[in-house]
Design a protein around this ligand. Structure first.
Ligand code: ADP
Length: 396
């Protein structure tokens, strides 16, 4: 059984075709800058050189048509006909309060996704456009929606409520939802295997361009750092994370910004980029810090301080912690970020084998704590596409 995984952003599209017999990725690729002058499509067949094409894609539907062409292409394809695709799993940003798990996309469910567009006005239209395009290109193939929010739907009410007038929660469903759910779910499953029991308290740190932390007990999410949108929580590549909401009015007044400009400022111009003035990319910021750039050094201090604050808060929320997981581009690869976070967590019962931390092999689950560490620390490469493909297979 071959499953196509489609992951659409507001102006991007990533895909993978996975053979579920051995869960092997047959090919993967991505399109960026959809809707702009020139988009680049990068298509990679496992074990072969990457193939790149440039196009102008007005929208996601046009991009998907080219992707389907590449999947069956004589030179770059991996299937003879698109009939070999048994199902499509779509990453969908927001479930609202309507779903707490993945769903088969029926006309009724599609209508609910459309109702929830206001909860994710940038991503949801792209997600829905991809569902509808795949339905028209593959009319007899089942489609599944796998939500970024679903894993977090087990949060208790006292964790997901914002302290605003209750009627506004009831009417508009304004509350904490959390994101990166497929990643938090995947690494939770792997951590449970490494712990040998699901009966444990886990703090997952997904650190990438977007970053979020989750607190998990007995395999179920109890709290997470992102909120109604992915802006809340940790400091990220270009996002501010937590900030006093009163700063918005103050800055809008001083800088003459409207609310849209203000949100663009917090989403696109803040975080690592805003503080360092160098880059939103952790590698570039780390390099600048090593070269003596004080604002880049401040980014590293602020980022890791905030991660520690959340770990401390979640250890208290869970009334203990058995293991801490690092994942995402930064969590998996930046031994320096892990060191800065972990060297100040000895009080919590964390003891690290620094050799293991500094020489962690790539793309492998690794325990970096010492055998006598009270709290285990794991580096677990995430695999969101595999979660989407597995859930799609289970549902069909
Ligand atoms: P996204 O949230 O877009 O999925 P990723 O999880 O791919 O992002 O993470 C991207 C981030 O990971 C970037 O900031 C990048 O600099 C960082 N990163 C990747 N490799 C390394 C590395 N070897 N050392 C430090 N940071 C890294």
């Amino acid at each position: 059984m071959k499953i196509l995984v489609v992951n659409a952003g507001s102006s991007s599209l990533k895909y993978q075709l996975i053979d579920m017999e051995d869960e092997k990725c047959l090919c993967s690729g991505g399109v960026d800058c959809i809707g702009q002058q020139t988009s680049t499509i990068e298509h990679k067949v496992s074990g072969k050189e990457e193939h790149t094409e440039k196009h102008h894609f007005e929208n996601h539907t046009e991009a998907l048509k080219i992707v389907f062409g590449l999947l069956t292409d004589a030179n770059f394809g991996v299937v003879k006909s698109i009939d070999e695709i048994s199902a499509v799993g779509h990453r969908v940003l927001h479930s609202g309060e309507d779903f707490d798990r993945s769903i088969l996309i029926t006309p009724e469910n599609l209508a609910i996704l459309k109702k929830n567009i206001p909860l994710g006005p940038l991503h949801m239209p792209a997600n829905i456009a991809c569902v509808e395009s795949c339905q028209s290109l593959l009319p007899n193939v089942p489609m599944v929606a796998v939500f970024d929010t679903a894993f977090h739907m087990t949060m208790p009410k006292h964790a997901y409520m914002y302290a605003i007038p209750y009627e506004d929660y009831e009417e508009f469903k304004v509350r904490r939802y959390g994101f990166h759910g497929t990643s938090h779910k995947y690494v939770t499953g792997e951590a449970i295997k490494m712990m040998g029991t699901s009966n444990c308290k886990i703090i997952n740190c997904h650190l990438g361009n977007g970053s979020s932390i989750s607190a998990v007990k007995d395999g179920k999410c109890q709290d997470t750092s992102m909120g109604l949108t992915p802006l809340e929580g940790l400091m990220m590549g270009t996002r501010s994370g937590d900030i006093d909401p009163a700063c918005l009015e103050f800055l809008m007044d001083k800088k003459g910004m409207d609310i849209h400009q203000m949100l663009n400022y917090l989403n696109k111009k803040s975080g690592f980029l805003g503080i360092s003035g160098v880059s939103s990319d952790a590698r570039a910021v780390t390099k600048a810090a090593e070269e003596g750039n004080e604002r880049a050094q401040l980014v590293l201090e602020m980022t890791t301080y905030r991660i520690r604050k959340y770990i401390g808060a979640y250890a208290a929320a869970l009334q203990g912690v058995d293991c801490i997981v690092f994942t995402g581009g930064i969590g998996e690869n930046s031994f320096d970020t892990r060191r800065r976070v972990l060297e100040k967590l000895e009080w919590l019962g964390v003891k690290i084998d620094w050799d293991k931390n500094n020489n962690c092999p790539r793309r492998k689950n690794v325990e970096i704590s010492t055998p006598d560490s009270k709290v285990k620390v794991f580096v677990i490469p995430t695999n969101e596409e595999l979660v989407i493909a597995r859930e799609t297979k289970d549902l069909i």
